[in-house]
Design a protein around this ligand. Structure first.
Ligand code: URA
Ligand code: SF4
Length: 187
């Protein structure tokens, strides 16, 4: 199925209860042939209003991280594990993640990125599980690339701390910047 068709389907999706409280579905943003894909957890307040991923405060910091790694936002594909905002930014439930996952699977198989960066422990855990990797927690795994094989060849998965977690934490901020620089140097 074509990318735009699936996006349209998602935009009217009611597969889990999050449709009831969303303003906009945040499908994702970026070129459909991007080599790098970034996956966050779920849209927040501003993302829900604008229908775009990472446009709030965490998004501003993400822009800085990309810049530090010599990447432009326009050259990466950015999305989330679930496409609708959970009320009050609570964590998505297992049920919601499961209901929404086929969209992400489609995006990954269509875009065929060389690298997936997972932002935060929730997104990292979900993606690790999907690729049969054992996740030992974000403080242990952050910045460490894992290589897996999938339908379209080799794929590198790199977990990172969530940019939102670093906004008020200077030392985490430095770790994230270093992880981004290091992990994306040879991509
Ligand atoms: N946090 C996320 O995980 N995703 C967004 O799109 C915004 C904030
Ligand atoms: Fe559909 Fe995903 Fe939104 Fe749930 S979160 S309604 S599965 S698009």
């Amino acid at each position: 199925m074509e990318f735009e068709e699936v996006r349209k389907q998602a935009e009217s999706c009611m597969k889990c209860d999050l449709w009831k409280t969303r303003t906009n579905v945040v499908f994702g943003e970026g070129p459909a042939n991007a080599e790098i894909m970034l996956i966050g957890e779920a849209p927040g307040f501003y993302e829900d209003k604008q229908g775009k991923p990472f446009v709030g405060r965490a998004g501003k910091f993400l822009d800085e991280l990309l810049k530090a790694a010599n990447l432009r936002r326009e050259e990466v594909y950015i999305t989330n594990i679930v496409k609708c905002r959970p009320p009050n930014n609570r964590d998505p439930t297992d049920e919601e993640v499961k209901a929404c996952y086929p969209y992400l699977d489609f995006q990954i198989n269509y875009i065929k990125p060389k690298v997936i960066i997972t932002l935060g422990r929730h997104a990292s855990r979900v993606i690790f599980e999907r690729y049969n990797l054992t996740f030992e927690g974000i403080s242990k795994e952050h910045g460490k690339p894992r290589e897996v094989s999938n339908l379209f060849g080799k794929l590198k998965i790199i977990p990172m701390y969530h940019p939102a977690a670093a906004i008020y934490n200077q030392s985490l901020k430095s770790v994230l910047i270093e992880d981004f620089k290091k992990a994306l140097k040879n991509v």
